[in-house]
Write a protein that binds this ligand. Structure first.
Ligand code: B1M
Length: 207
């Protein structure tokens, strides 16, 4: 649909006023929030992720696209979007880096997930509690420091001890994190970037 193509372009180019206007127009025209997310916002953020991977976009472009996406999503009530699943997202304890985590959260939102963003410096206990409170399908952790990665292992253990490991899957990522580390700490999935995080999160949802 032409309006959604325009919305996609507005988000990719970070034009938040246009993104807001076009989203409102689509809602007024009777389009469902889910259709707008699935056919407009998510594909736009996929393009943004691909451009970032290809070094065509850098952090500023990512952030303005994310801001435009948030404006568009802000027009939809939580109830209006039929979420595909719930993800608790945060940067682990001791770690204050949040640019990558915010991108992952934004891309997940764009793909139709309900995102509970705990921010930075999140302890294992906070992840467990938020996972329980929101009946999350996934706990998604970001770490940028080799010194804070260990908190991912502690969170996996804390989820196990709380008895919620069965229903809550664990996704991890961040510059120093690797697939072999994910295997070592028994996380369910690892993603090297925000676009792959969405792909992995979808795979972790119950069939
Ligand atoms: Co910091 N810092 N920093 N820093 N910082 C790094 C990470 C570092 C590599 C720089 C360096 O030395 N070359 C280094 C870490 C070394 C290491 O441990 N291996 C470092 C250090 C040492 C520190 C301090 C200790 C410095 C000091 O004070 N002496 C300190 C620590 C503070 C703390 O956290 N307790 C510190 C502080 C800071 C700032 C506050 C100044 C700032 C953070 C601002 C903020 O985030 N709001 C900062 C920044 C900006 C960086 C660099 C320059 C950039 C990080 C970034 O945002 N990249 C970084 C060097 C670098 O990477 N070039 C560095 C862009 C972002 C889009 O990428 O976060 O990797 P990234 O996210 C990617 C993927 O990793 C992935 O998807 C994203 C996009 O596709 N991903 C996930 C991330 N999370 C994911 C989760 C997933 C899946 C994928 O699933 C859940």
């Amino acid at each position: 649909m032409a309006g959604l193509e325009e919305l996609k372009e507005a988000i990719i180019s970070g034009n938040r006023d246009k993104a807001k206007e076009l989203t409102q127009k689509a809602l007024d025209g009777g389009m469902t929030a889910r259709a707008i997310v699935v056919e407009g916002i998510a594909p736009a953020m996929e393009v943004v992720g691909e451009k970032f991977r290809a070094n065509e976009f850098f952090v500023p472009e990512l952030l303005i696209a994310q801001r435009a996406m948030k404006e568009a999503l802000g027009l939809m009530s939580d109830e209006a979007v039929d979420h595909v699943g719930t993800v608790v997202v945060g940067t682990v304890k001791g770690d204050l880096h949040d640019i990558g985590k915010n991108l992952v959260a934004a891309m997940l939102e764009g793909a139709g997930f309900k995102v509970v963003d705990l921010g930075v410096d999140v302890s294992p206990e906070q992840f467990v509690k938020a996972g329980q409170d929101s009946s999350a399908n996934i706990v998604a952790m970001s770490a940028l420091l080799t010194t804070t990665m260990g908190s991912m292992r502690d969170t996996v253990k804390a989820l196990q001890e709380a008895g919620t490991r069965g229903e809550t899957r664990v996704l991890i990522g961040g510059a120093p994190v690797t697939q072999s580390y994910a295997d070592e700490i028994e996380a369910d999935a690892y993603a090297p970037d925000a676009a792959s995080a969405v792909e992995e999160a979808k795979k972790l949802l119950p069939a």
